[in-house]
Design a protein around this ligand. Structure first.
Ligand SMILES: [Zn+2]
Length: 114
């Protein structure tokens, strides 16, 4: 059996995986969103990296008789219904470039000795 991993092969680190939907309606939406980057297949996985944080549900409110009595964290976070993947390498590349601009490599060669 193949190892469980993100269908985007360059994603090696992520451990949080979401199953690509099998339902036609959802599957086609995901396929549309991903087609520029990857040809997705039902039953395979995309990692959390390709979703905005707001789409990922990590906890739920515990409600008793209309009152919130606590928060429970999901062992396995899930996606909000209707979420589609939206973060791909284009965005990742842009973000890296931005970070490099903000943190230019420091040159330590010209340290003055006293
Ligand atoms: Zn991924």
């Amino acid at each position: 059996m193949p190892k469980k991993q993100c269908i985007i092969k360059t994603c090696l680190k992520s451990s949080l995986l979401f199953t690509i939907p099998t339902k036609d309606e959802d599957f086609f939406k995901w396929q549309q969103a991903c087609k520029k980057y990857v040809d997705i297949k039902r039953g395979m996985y995309l990692c959390s990296f390709h979703f905005v944080e707001e789409d990922i549900v990590r906890k739920r409110l515990l409600v008793s008789e209309g009152t919130v009595i606590g928060v429970s964290e999901y062992k396995k976070p899930r996606l909000k219904s209707g979420s589609i993947p939206s973060v791909f390498e284009d965005n990742i590349g842009a973000q890296n470039k931005l970070e490099n601009c903000l943190n230019p490599p420091t040159n330590f060669n010209h340290v003055t000795k006293f």
